[in-house]
Design a protein around this ligand. Structure first.
Ligand code: CMP
Length: 140
């Protein structure tokens, strides 16, 4: 069934000039780009987005990294988009990511791992609403 999910092309991939290649990779996997924004997250925005990881030892470093340069947030649509995106991204740690996945191709570490994808359909709804208004995604 057609589903929406949220991806963020992270500062490492944008800085390396890989944003276009990653978007093309996603389109090649059947994702339709419904919305696309380039933005430089503030500390408060990054802290709020990763609120679920607040107690993790990597939280401060993650916020630092995610505010280190511009990102591209994209709303994606496809059948089975949430699980499909996670397969196409590969494991969080690029050393464990399957060959040909986005993280195997573009990530340099478990933190600087080039791309974020929503964890579940419920999480996708929250994350899409963080970056896009409902009106922006209707009839896109
Ligand atoms: P993401 O899928 O965006 O979700 C949380 C992010 O935290 C993750 O990708 C990585 O960028 C980062 N992360 C997860 N685990 C670790 C870790 N063990 N050390 C440092 N960063 C991590």
């Amino acid at each position: 069934m057609s589903e929406q999910t949220l991806t963020i092309i992270k500062p490492d991939a944008v800085a390396a000039g890989n944003a276009g290649k990653i978007l093309a990779h996603l389109e090649g996997e059947g994702f339709r780009i419904l919305g696309l924004k380039r933005l430089h997250l503030s500390r408060d925005q990054a802290r709020a987005f990763y609120e679920v990881h607040r107690e993790r030892p990597f939280y401060d470093s993650l916020v630092e990294f995610m505010t280190s340069g511009p990102v591209m947030a994209a709303a994606l649509e496809r059948d089975d988009a949430v699980a499909g995106l996670r397969r196409v991204m590969g494991a969080t740690n690029p050393e464990e990511a399957d060959e040909g996945t986005i993280r195997a191709l573009y990530a340099s570490s478990i933190e600087k791992n080039s791309i974020h994808g929503s964890l579940s359909p419920e999480n996708a709804a929250l994350e899409l609403a963080f970056f896009f208004s409902r009106a922006e995604l209707i009839g896109a």
